[in-house]
Design a protein around this ligand. Structure first.
Ligand SMILES: CSCC[C@H](NC(C)=O)C(=O)O
Ligand SMILES: [Zn+2]
Ligand SMILES: [Zn+2]
Length: 424
């Protein structure tokens, strides 16, 4: 109805979703699921709730196409958000307050409850206009992306349910842009979360001697910093994008001998460790990179060991870099690009996402996936204080998705198979 589709009801529904506190460590997943299910009902979409992991409901919606033999498209979003420091926000992070400029303040307004609701609003528009999909559209509302996605998107892609969905293409989150061009991502960098540990001879704090744990660790840190600087230089010089360099950031240092009175000052400790968040683009030879770590950053000869707290393979099940082809040879990419342009949007050339999104799980298993959030002219505030999205930008994003979904759902070629991206 006209009322259901008015801008103010569209914004109210977005606010309602934002007001559900799905922040870790205690996300209100059932409230989010109930809300999505109620939206699905109002749109007459088929729905099911799956708990691959107890207390972590995943909602799957289906808009059946007229030709059920055609492979489907999946529109994915995560329902969880990262925690907040409420007192550092100018507006409460779960109030979805709208200021006089029309900015909606809330955790999740960019990352990524906007996207989850925009998919549904776009479908509402298409339904209101009488459009009927030829190809089936699925929507997944998954838990746990913000804590690694293992109990969310990864469980879905590994499931029989997913197999039966016969998915040909996946859309998931991207990043906002400060300029007027939307960003789209055809790959993610793989996290390699490294902890290196040095041991050495303990001794008096006044003594100068070789082979202390601290010295052993610091030699590695010097080498790691040189590597970091060389990668950063390529970024600074504009030779590579963020997604194309290896980022290496020290995230913790741990050593010293502690007593209830504090650190002991005149004792050189026998152990020291460092945590490093490393992100590698899909073209990096991870085995060679790991040899470098073993030889230069954690050599046994310097009494060092290492372990990975997390490591995503850069390769998919075919042993190829887990990338989605984003050029004229991939019809999904062409449809996406044309739809964005036709709806009045601009698109920057596709890039590699700096972090790891749920799209990684799909690409790792051979499914083409693109990361895209229709948020332009907006400072990127995902995970930051005062995350906001302007309501006009939100409404424009719905038009963009309506164009994309219409193009995908109308596309009637029976071309795709899981391996097709390598046969092109
Ligand atoms: C190993 S899962 C980590 C997931 C998180 N994703 C994003 C989008 O920031 C990250 O890249 O740190
Ligand atoms: Zn996200
Ligand atoms: Zn996030």
């Amino acid at each position: 109805s006209q009322n259901q589709s008015s801008s103010s009801s569209i914004i109210s529904r977005f606010q309602e979703y934002l007001q559900i506190n799905t922040a870790h460590p205690n996300p209100r997943y059932y409230e989010a699921a109930d809300f999505i299910l109620s939206q699905a009902e109002s749109l007459s979409l088929e729905s099911q709730t799956i708990e691959f992991v107890e207390n972590k409901p995943l909602v799957l919606l289906k808009w059946p196409g007229k030709d059920p033999k055609l492979p489907a498209v999946l529109l994915s979003s995560h329902t969880d958000v990262v925690p907040v420091e409420s007192h550092k926000w100018t507006h409460p992070p779960f109030a979805a307050h709208i200021d006089s400029d029309g900015n909606i303040y809330a955790r999740g307004s960019q990352d990524m409850k906007s996207v989850g609701m925009q998919y549904l609003e776009a479908i509402r528009k298409l339904k209101d206009s009488g459009f009927e999909p030829t190809r089936t559209i699925y929507l997944s509302y998954v838990p746990d992306e913000e804590i690694g996605g293992r109990d969310g998107a990864e469980k879905l892609v590994e499931s029989d349910v997913f197999q039966k969905m016969n998915v040909a293409f996946v859309l998931d989150e991207g990043m906002p842009s400060a300029d007027d061009k939307y960003r789209a991502y055809y790959a993610d960098r793989s996290p390699m979360w490294l902890v290196i540990k040095a041991t050495g001879a303990p001794g008096h704090g006044a003594r100068l001697y070789d082979n202390t744990a601290m010295e052993n660790l610091l030699k590695s840190i010097e080498s790691i910093r040189r590597f970091r600087a060389s990668e950063f230089d390529m970024l600074k010089a504009g030779l590579k994008t963020t997604g194309e360099v290896i980022s290496v950031n020290l995230v913790f240092l741990k050593s010293g001998t502690q007593t209830p009175a504090g650190f002991v000052m005149n004792l050189q400790p026998s152990e020291a460790e460092a945590g490093i968040d490393i992100r590698v683009p899909p073209t990096v030879d991870q085995d060679a990179f790991e040899r470098r770590i073993a030889e230069e950053w954690a050599p046994a000869s310097r009494n060092m060991t290492y372990e990975f707290k997390e490591k995503f393979s850069t390769l998919d099940i075919f042993g190829k870099p887990a990338v989605t082809i984003a050029d004229s040879s991939n019809p999904w990419w062409v449809l996406l690009e044309e739809a964005v342009l036709n709806a009045g949007g601009k698109l920057e050339k596709p890039d590699i996402f700096r972090g790891a999104t749920d799209a990684s799980f799909f690409r790792q298993r051979g499914f083409p996936a693109v990361g895209f959030s229709p948020i332009a002219n907006t400072p990127g505030l995902a995970h930051d204080h005062n995350e906001f999205l302007n309501q006009q930008e939100y409404l424009k994003g719905i038009e963009i998705y309506a164009a994309i979904i219409k193009a995908f759902a109308s596309y009637a070629e029976q071309t795709e198979s899981k391996a097709s991206k390598y046969e092109l």
